[in-house]
Design a protein around this ligand. Structure first.
Ligand code: ASC
Length: 142
């Protein structure tokens, strides 16, 4: 209970779910959108698409906002069903929270770099951001 409450309290607005499947779909949707908007910035950083400072800043801002959303949906009882979430999310809640917060911090730094409009600063921020996505997936995603 306390663990679940502390996750919820760390959020700007806790989402509510009628069914476990709704929570799973919500967090997967947030991750999908975040991946999409982060991916547009990462593609510019990698030189796969031409750099456009406004597009980068807009997409990085969206990715930062989206990075705050999945966590309230990791409610108890949503480790089963159509999810790749590992049980460690709930059994090692502090570790999961730390990894989630690390990613949100990196996504915030990326958004800040993108607001500055400097491609080199964006390039420097993309790597650590992607690494923080991967670290959490490696540990907590089947
Ligand atoms: C992405 C995405 C991730 C990370 C990771 C980086 O675009 O969806 O989870 O980058 O693949 O290694």
């Amino acid at each position: 209970m306390l663990a679940a409450a502390s996750v919820a309290l760390s959020l700007p607005a806790a989402a509510q779910f009628a069914k476990p499947e709704d929570a799973i779909r919500y967090r997967q949707s947030a991750m999908t959108l975040m991946q999409n908007h982060f991916g547009r910035v990462a593609a510019m950083a990698a030189g796969r698409v031409p750099f456009d400072a406004k597009v980068a800043a807009d997409n990085a801002a969206l990715a930062e906002t989206l990075s705050k959303l999945p966590w309230s949906a990791f409610v108890e009882g949503t480790d089963k069903g159509a999810t790749k979430a590992k049980p460690e999310i709930w059994s090692q809640e502090a570790r999961f929270k730390e990894a989630a917060e690390k990613m949100q911090g990196e996504m915030g730094r990326l958004a800040q770099a993108a607001r500055g409009g400097n491609l080199d600063a964006i390039k420097s921020a993309v790597g650590p951001t992607a690494a923080s996505c991967k670290a959490c997936h490696d540990a907590f995603w089947k």
